[in-house]
Design a protein around this ligand. Structure first.
Ligand code: SF4
Ligand code: SF4
Length: 355
């Protein structure tokens, strides 16, 4: 990892450790105040606990023009970003996509191209609905490796993170604690429950927390919808297309709507917020990832609405192409933060248990 970023985060963490004003703001400060010296491993863990709410920056009496020049949200964002790039497997892919919206756009266009080519080259074996354009077995042949490879890549990355931060064997209680915190997005509530200062210095707002929840729960509903479709297909011999009053549709449509609303709000907040309090070089990659998620959700809803019209093949290529890019880029874009955040929360449960 980059030593200059770690050095700057260490300097600021030492000042915060002496000051202790922000004690109750988030889970970073209790973890920070437990340390006397900040190793690279400590700083990596603190950085992945921070969710860039910016509350500590706006409360701080040592920001510029003070000579201490505190900007803890930025220092931790840069270490966090660097940790995702360093632990990724293969690392050069993360260095290409984490910071570049253009690269994400190129990968998405390539995803469309792959699907259009697959439609032409592989075609259908005479199925109904979407399977009239691309057979079920061709879809499985494309998407199964595109789903499994990123999972393997993330497993390698998390193992590296765990080793670096000195993680011990995990208990069910620690996993339950971390998932409970992530499910409520407790740390986005700003410590006092009023929300964070991400979009506006003087105003506490729940917008970022709600938008994150909409995207996370929308994504989980869409995932549940796809899983329900897979079970109906293989276990009950009920292939798609499915009517509205079926589990895949009842889970997928609200999931898609939540993802569209959540990503639009996240993009709005990102445009409004001060870029100098995050990792400025990663702004394009983060925005590119939000727009890719938006495209996945919107094209899925459009496909649902217009699936029986002549626009279906083009919409299917756009939707499946964006899903393909999303899956393959998961370990190398902002999507990786969900996995690292969970790992950091489990590690924090271990810190609390150790007292
Ligand atoms: S961010 Fe500023 S106010 Fe908060 S603990 Fe650090 S030095 Fe103190
Ligand atoms: S930006 Fe928010 S989450 Fe990060 S250290 Fe400051 S108060 Fe905690």
């Amino acid at each position: 990892m980059q030593t200059d970023l770690l050095q700057e985060a260490r300097r600021q963490a030492e000042i915060c450790n002496a000051c202790r004003y922000c004690e109750g703001y988030c889970s970073v400060f209790p973890a920070l105040h437990q340390e006397r010296f900040f190793s690279d491993a400590n700083l990596t863990q603190l950085a992945n606990l921070c969710h860039n709410c910016r509350g500590c920056y706006y409360a701080c009496q040592y920001t510029a023009p003070h000579e201490f020049d505190l900007n803890l949200p930025k220092a931790l964002a840069e270490v966090r970003q660097d940790s995702w790039e360093s632990f990724a497997w293969p690392a050069p892919l993360a260095r290409s996509f984490q910071k570049s919206g253009v690269m994400i756009a190129i990968a998405t266009i390539l995803g469309f191209a792959v699907l259009f080519l697959a439609f032409r080259a592989l075609g259908s074996a005479g199925g109904e609905g979407f399977y009239a354009v691309l057979s079920h077995s061709a879809m499985v042949a494309i998407f199964l490796p595109a789903f499994l490879f990123p999972l393997a890549s993330i497993a390698v990355s998390l193992r590296r993170y765990w080793k670096e931060t000195g993680g011990a064997s995990v208990t069910l209680e620690q996993i339950a604690g971390a998932f409970g915190s992530a499910a409520k997005m407790k740390n986005l509530a700003g410590g006092h429950g009023d929300g964070c200062n991400f979009e506006d210095e003087d105003r506490f707002s729940q917008s970022r927390r709600l938008a994150h929840q909409a995207v996370m729960y929308g994504f989980l509903l869409c995932f549940a919808s796809t899983s329900a479709g897979t079970i109906l297909h293989y276990v009950f011999d009920m292939p798609a297309p499915y009517p509205f009053w079926s589990l895949p549709k009842l889970l997928g449509v609200p999931g898609g709507i939540l993802m569209v609303l959540g990503t639009v709000e996240l993009a709005r907040l990102k445009l409004k917020a001060d870029r100098s309090l995050g990792a400025p070089s990663a702004w394009g990659g983060e925005m590119g990832f939000i727009l890719l998620l938006f495209l996945v959700a919107l094209s899925g809803l459009a496909l649902y609405a217009l699936g029986s019209t002549a626009a279906m093949p083009a919409l299917l290529a756009i939707h499946l192409g964006s899903v393909l890019s999303f899956f393959l880029l998961t370990p190398y874009t902002k999507m990786a933060h969900g996995f690292y955040r969970l790992a950091a929360l489990v590690r924090d449960e271990q810190r609390k248990a150790a007292g």
